[in-house]
Design a protein around this ligand. Structure first.
Ligand code: M6R
Length: 618
């Protein structure tokens, strides 16, 4: 969690760092801060609250904005409550060294005691202030430069970090390092300027050239020189290829929408096309996925597939379970990465693990991947962020190509993950012979229609808004679905909880009678998915059960439905498709509904309280 943005070069650093922090606020936003160096003095501004609160402070004094070197931070608190003092950057005792940090120093307590015994006094409750003083102590005792001090200090640190460090006595350089949290370095023309950030979005309008340092690496960034990347453990030099960034500025801006979430909801048709472009080839009757093709025999002879993920990605994984079992007839288990990593799971080299993650940085998923690999499993990643830690840690994988997702509540990440899983299931069904050629072709053509169908479905926005107005004050909601749409019920409930703070539960429709039915009364809105091929009659019976207990029914049905229309209070129609692909459609009304309710309740849609876009801590 937390976002880091920094600049060193010939331009004024302040606007670059501040705008960069705004783009990184999805990573955390409970406090923020910036350090500028104008060649004489360090200017430190920090506060509890968002980057806009920080701007209120910096706007009061122009001096605070001056300098061609700057590092900034937007925080998601781990050690120490969000307040002005605990906000980053943190300064060392001498006042010379300044740090911003994303991650957790697990052994900070013992390090702090040691430093206190050597005369250090701490202002904040953070692990980060311990780290910067540790670096200072090493620099002093070893009489070395900043780079060496950072390297030596980090060898005694346990935990996770992405850091950027500045030394007032050597003001033409920045030192960055990472373990478990990402750092991208943007490279300006002729090395006359450099940018550092948690992802490339803060510097995309300045340079398309970047390197991503790996775990246990650090980089010494000096103006006018080539970046030096070294291994933290043994100081060995590492050669990194400079990458050409594909991201555009337009992709990371709101483009006329009020919020990123609604923009990303509307981007889904295009995102899904981007996901299957070049992979799904109906005219050639095939699906091409190099990550699968290169390891086909492993997939065809696997005993079992285990899907690991967190949050929304876990819900996509559940849809994947239904898809893979139905299409490929292979046993699939779906696990929360956070549970899997600590329960000594039984895994063999005949298991395939599919790890799903939008950010590619989720700490629990990353740890679960490492565990699965250590037990001999082949690990396949489904990630959105190119070059992310999970993408690099897995043996093979498929990107979702959804484009940057900025809204904390996942929308297009979910549907593109399901699209990738559908492609994998279809491909394996064809290769394994569990689908006839004509069934395969038919499914391909049906999947190809989905983006247009979503486009059409997005026209229900006004209807959904009306429904949102009716139920926005509900205290509790129930979401029900069966089969392929049970995970959509879970996802619908999660979306509502995340951004409107209304309590909601997702349940398999038939499980309602085993407990949740006790909650139903005239105040309880119940969102039910009743698609025509999804155990329709059974779900209709569930709807009747709700009706006879006076619950309010909002049903999602297939176009042309008549039966549910007669019973439900509100009905939303989705276009006809194969039942296996309905999650790609049924989820859209739920996304819109949560969005409108949150807007009506005046909640912060893109940055809901207590959440962060990528959860890089346990
Ligand atoms: O980046 P990941 O897909 O690994 O993130 C997993 C979850 O943290 C994420 O899906 C979270 O649940 C979202 N806020 C859901 O909207």
């Amino acid at each position: 969690m937390c976002g880091i943005a920094g600049y060193i070069g010939y331009r004024e650093a302040y606007p670059i760092v501040i705008n960069g922090l705004k783009r990184l606020e999805y990573r955390g936003y409970d406090s923020s801060g910036v350090m500028l160096y104008d060649g004489k003095e360090i200017q430190l501004s920090k506060t509890k609250g968002k980057v806009s609160d920080l701007e209120v402070i910096t706007n009061k004094e122009e001096e605070r904005k001056k300098g061609r070197i700057g590092i900034g931070h937007t925080r998601w608190a781990t050690h120490g409550v969000p307040n002005d003092i605990n906000s980053h950057p943190h300064v060392s005792q001498s006042g010379d060294l300044v740090i911003v940090h994303n991650g957790i120093i697990e052994n900070y307590d013992s390090l702090k005691k040691e430093l206190i015994s050597r005369g250090y006094v701490f202002q904040s409750d953070t692990d980060t202030e311990v780290l910067i003083n540790l670096i200072e102590e090493v620099k002093k005792t070893e009489k070395c430069k900043l780079g060496k001090a950072v390297q030596l200090a980090l060898t005694s640190v346990i935990g996770a970090y992405a850091i950027a460090v500045f030394d007032k006595t050597k003001p033409n350089e920045l030192v960055v390092a990472r373990l478990g949290s990402p750092i991208a370095i943007g490279i300006g023309k002729e090395n006359k300027e450099f940018f550092v950030a948690s992802d490339a979005s803060p510097f995309i309008e300045y340079t398309k050239e970047a390197i991503y340092i790996e775990d246990e690496e650090m980089a010494i960034i000096k103006l006018g020189k080539k970046i030096q990347v070294r291994k933290i453990q043994n100081d060995a030099l590492v050669n990194h290829n400079v990458l050409e960034l594909q991201m555009s500025l337009e992709q990371i801006e709101k483009g006329g929408y009020d919020h990123f979430m609604i923009k990303e909801i509307h981007e889904q048709p295009k995102a899904i096309i981007d996901t299957y472009r070049g992979r799904m080839l109906p005219d050639q009757g095939m699906i091409k996925m190099s990550g699968i093709d290169d390891h086909l025999s492993k997939f065809l002879h696997a005993d079992r597939i285990i899907i690991i993920a967190c949050g929304t990605s876990w819900h996509a994984g559940l849809v994947g379970e239904y898809l893979l079992e139905e299409f490929v007839r292979i046993p699939v288990e779906v696990e929360y990465a956070s549970e899997f990593r600590y329960r000594n799971p039984v895994i063999t080299s005949k298991d395939i693990v599919i790890a799903i993650s939008q950010s590619g940085e989720t700490a629990d998923t990353l740890a679960a991947i490492k565990l699965a690999k250590s037990k001999g499993a082949f690990v396949f990643g489904v990630c959105n962020v190119v070059g992310s830690s999970i993408a690099r840690e897995t043996h093979a994988g498929a990107y979702t190509h959804a484009g940057p997702e900025i809204g904390v509540a996942s929308t297009k990440a979910f549907t593109t993950q399901i699209t990738v899983l559908s492609l994998i299931a279809l491909k394996l069904a064809k290769e394994k012979g569990t689908f006839s050629e004509s069934r395969f072709q038919n499914y391909l053509r049906t999947l190809e229609l989905i983006p247009n169908q979503i486009e059409q479905l997005l026209n229900i926005d006004a209807t959904v808004k009306e429904i949102a107005a009716v139920y926005k004050d509900a205290k509790n909601c129930l979401y029900l679905g069966r089969g392929f749409n049970f995970p959509v019920a879970l996802e619908g409930a999660l979306k509502l909880k995340e951004i409107s703070y209304i309590h909601a539960e997702g349940y398999p429709a038939a499980e309602m009678k085993h407990g949740p039915i006790a909650l139903i009364d005239e105040n309880m809105p119940i969102f039910v998915i009743a698609t025509s091929k999804g155990h329709y009659e059974k779900v209709v019976s569930n709807i009747q059960e709700i009706k006879s207990r006076s619950g309010k029914i909002i049903a999602i049905v297939t176009e042309g439905d008549t039966q549910v229309k007669e019973i439900a209070d509100h009905v939303i129609e989705i276009p006809e498709t194969e039942e296996a692909f309905t999650p790609l459609l049924t989820t859209i009304p739920f996304q819109l509904l949560s969005y409108h309710i949150a807007v009506m309740l005046d909640k912060n849609v893109d940055q809901p309280r207590n959440l962060a876009k990528s959860v890089t801590v346990e």
